[in-house]
Design a protein around this ligand. Sequence first.
Ligand SMILES: [Fe+2]
Length: 211
Amino acid sequence: MSLFASKGELKSLHHDTVKILGNYLPLSVCDEIIKRFELIEKNANYSYRWSDALESNTRLWCFEKEIKELLPHFEVDRWIRASDAYTGRDTQSWCLMANRIISKENNLGSGGGLHRDSPFSHQIKFIWYLNDVNGFNGAFQYLPGTHTDIWWSRKLFPLGEHRFPNVETPNGMKEVHAKAGTLLICDKKCIHRGKPLQNGIRYILFMIAKV
Ligand SMILES: [Fe+2]
């Protein structure tokens, strides 16, 4: 059982669902991370690689080990503190996951369609865009307010469920178009997905805090 505190630096998420900080990472850092992603993902000995059947979506877990000297740019301690104040729970561990998604026919987008990461409790995810993201190359989409289970979302998205493969894209979805280096912070109890790509490529770095 958790007590939702909704305090601290990220308390505005309770009302706003997401927070967007532009120009957070220098472009040189974004480019360096992309360069390392491309090197590491070709390394057959890297144990923490996952890809979907289409090889559209590739994830490299434990990426913090690959960018040790760049970690101060991410202010991990600051955001863990803010996450704990918001959720009311203590983070036990965290990791960085680098993600590349390429436009291929029938790609589902990052996340594999509309879902909640966490159907019962509030959970924050930190997402750094490493290249420019627009309406065509996998923008993050979310349905504002659905993290607080307001009454109108319950019919389409029943409480306690976390995947909604049969729901058409609902009205009111917002999508985040932003430049490389932008930090997007989101309460992933909300309904969200990465928009399926029509063209191009998207690189992102996620920070996931485990409680
Ligand atoms: Fe998700």
